[in-house]
Write a protein that binds this ligand. Structure first.
Ligand SMILES: NC(=O)C1=CN([C@@H]2O[C@H](COP(=O)(O)OP(=O)(O)OC[C@H]3O[C@@H](n4cnc5c(N)ncnc54)[C@H](OP(=O)(O)O)[C@@H]3O)[C@@H](O)[C@H]2O)C=CC1
Ligand SMILES: Cc1cn([C@H]2C[C@H](O)[C@@H](COP(=O)(O)OP(=O)(O)O[C@H]3O[C@@H](C)C(=O)[C@@H](O)[C@H]3O)O2)c(=O)[nH]c1=O
Length: 317
């Protein structure tokens, strides 16, 4: 179905990333998706990027490129800002010139993490890390340079590809018989596939309802800590027969000050989801259900068979 006024072309940047890969699957069902790999197009070569966009003339640019290594960003701020702020700026300027819509992703790490309430879109941002600051700058550039954008702040993404908490934790649990996990940072772990699943209808609806621009919070329902998330991952892993050194009793809940990091993560990463529910009628599952479905995918999806075999044979390192 072509809902983009005759031009069905979408350029997806970062199509091999954790989220981008899933977006490529769902968007390709409705649109003609051009997803250049890094080898095809280094997006920090802005001249090459613009030339690529001029060639495809997309109705929509979906930007899933980012610098996502929160720790390393502290010592690589130039690169983090290049990808997370300057790239969105270039895309926004292109959008203003051509009318292409920019769909961009941001993060819970733009907030200070204070308080107990779910963050609303209009709440004051106060990022504490280079990653969070660079992502906020990207949001600001987009909002100031184009009138045709949607920014989705998502949180605690995970999946069976790339570097993310689910795979990181399982690899550690396979190797170590004792682990400490912070229990005072609260958020909503969100499978990348769940974000990708709702994007086609959001893009369609935003066009139909002329919802041209805005920031939206998008995550699973409910809340937990990293410790709570890890505990639930362990439950599923045991049920599926993963060979792990870590026994549940030896997963220890700790406070953030006992876990030294270069970048201080927010304590409260909860989103208020009322705006996206109202404007797009979008509700993601509860985080526990999202995790259960993700484990089911591991069993059901042929592509993950080698990974599943590694888990049950304890070859995770
Ligand atoms: N991961 C998370 O927990 C969260 C992520 N987000 C946001 O969601 C979005 C997607 O993140 P996520 O999927 O985790 O990101 P990933 O780190 O998994 O993927 C980033 C993508 O960017 C590509 N990329 C990086 N540099 C370049 C370059 N110079 N030229 C071309 N491509 C490049 C990578 O290419 P290659 O495949 O070649 O490496 C990769 O495909 C980001 O905006 C992020 O800030 C928000 C909250 C949580
Ligand atoms: C691996 C590990 C982490 N932790 C803590 C450190 C940190 O506070 C928390 C999460 O750790 P990670 O480094 O995996 O997560 P982190 O990279 O900070 O995850 C973030 O990524 C960026 C891209 C986002 O936008 C965020 O929404 C969020 O998903 O868990 C432990 O306490 N014990 C452990 O063994």
């Amino acid at each position: 179905m072509n809902i983009l006024c005759g031009n069905n072309n979408i350029v997806l940047l970062g199509g091999n990333g954790l989220l981008g890969f899933e977006l490529n699957q769902t968007l390709s069902t409705l649109h003609r998706v051009f997803a250049p790999s890094r080898a095809d197009l280094n997006v920090t070569d802005f001249t090459a990027l613009i030339a690529y966009l001029e060639k495809i003339r997309p109705a929509v640019i979906v930007n899933a490129v980012a610098w996502t290594d929160v720790e390393l960003a502290e010592s690589s701020s130039v690169l983090a800002f290049l990808l997370n702020a300057e790239l969105p700026k270039v895309l926004a300027l292109y959008s203003a010139r051509t009318g292409a819509r920019v769909i961009h992703f941001s993060t819970d790490y733009v907030f200070s993490g204070e308080g107990q309430q779910g963050w609303r879109e209009e709440d004051i941002t106060e990022p504490a890390t280079v990653y969070g600051k660079s992502k906020r700058q990207g949001e600001l550039y987009i909002a100031s340079y184009t009138e045709n954008y949607l920014i989705f702040r998502v949180s605690w993404l995970y999946g069976w590809r790339r570097s993310n908490f689910l795979l990181k934790f399982l690899s550690l649990a396979a190797l170590r018989d004792k682990l400490s996990m912070v229990d005072d940072q609260i958020g909503a772990p969100t499978p990348a596939w769940a974000i990708a699943q709702v994007m086609p209808s959001i893009i369609n609806l935003s066009t139909e309802r002329c919802l041209h621009s805005g920031i939206y919070h998008l995550a699973t329902k409910g809340k937990t800590s990293w410790y709570g998330f890890a505990t639930e991952i362990l439950n599923h892993a045991y049920l599926m027969g993963f060979l792990l050194k870590l026994q549940a009793d030896n997963l220890l809940a700790i406070t953030s000050d006992c876990y030294q990091t270069s970048a201080a993560r927010p304590k409260n990463s909860m989103f208020n989801l009322a705006k996206i529910e109202h404007d797009f009628n979008v509700v993601l599952p509860d985080w526990k259900e999202g995790l259960a479905l993700t484990f089911q995918q591991l069993l059901a999806d042929e592509r993950y068979k080698p990974l599943l075999e590694k888990f049950v044979q304890g070859r995770l390192n």
